[in-house]
Design a protein around this ligand. Structure first.
Ligand code: 5GP
Length: 194
């Protein structure tokens, strides 16, 4: 035997929620407070936004490379979101879970459903905006999408909210601090279940 296995494998927590809910801000705050958690880095065919860093925010890949990842079964799940492809590389997830490290995924609801069927033990969390009006306001404030794209994201949000019954937990993101605290209790509660 080369190395002792951890007593418990890591857990897989999947976070989804409509674009503009504040999921990115909440998960960044969580990541800063919990270096023991591992945040999956998705592959995407989307172009990088100005402040985004290759390998930290995403693995920015060509359409050909993305198709190769699908064909070689390199993705745990993948989906087309707002005209671009996004997917979760499978190998790093397996490695961290085997090493006993909890993994967090920030993916859309199509991806969350695929994870639910492939890894039924995954814990699915849905972050919801207080209302669609608040969501519209947050998307406008963010300033990264034009008005047509904002309307597209609002229509998609209504669809995502409609599938929330498959999630284990639903959290309404009113303030970042409160939502992070609720996620921390949820992570602790799942650790106690062992
Ligand atoms: P954005 O382009 O704003 O970074 O992300 C758009 C949407 O794609 C978000 O809802 C985000 O959660 C989702 N997304 C990011 N990575 C993945 C992934 O690997 N798989 C899936 N299914 N969705 C993803």
């Amino acid at each position: 035997m080369t190395q002792a296995s951890p007593v418990h494998p890591g857990r897989l927590f999947v976070f989804s929620g409509p674009s503009g809910t504040g999921k990115g801000t909440v998960l960044a705050a969580l990541q800063a407070r919990h270096p023991e958690l591992w945040f999956s880095v998705s592959a995407t065919t989307r172009a990088p936004r100005p402040a985004e860093v290759e390998g930290r925010d995403y693995l920015f890949v060509s359409r050909e490379r993305f198709e190769e990842l699908i064909e070689t079964d390199g993705l745990l799940e993948w989906a087309r979101v707002f005209g671009n492809f996004y997917g979760t590389p499978r190998a790093p997830i397996n490695e961290h879970i085997t090493a006993g490290i909890d993994c967090l995924l920030d993916i859309d609801s199509q991806g969350a459903l695929q994870v639910r069927s492939r890894m039924p033990e995954a814990i699915l969390v849905f972050l919801e905006p207080p209302s669609l009006d608040v969501l519209r306001e947050r998307l406008i404030q963010r300033g990264t999408e034009d008005p047509v794209e904002i309307e597209r994201r609002l229509a998609a949000a209504a669809g995502e909210i409609a599938c929330e019954s498959v999630y284990n937990h639903i959290l309404v993101n009113v303030t970042v601090e409160e939502t992070v605290a609720r996620i921390e209790s949820l992570l602790a509660a799942h650790r106690l279940e062992e």
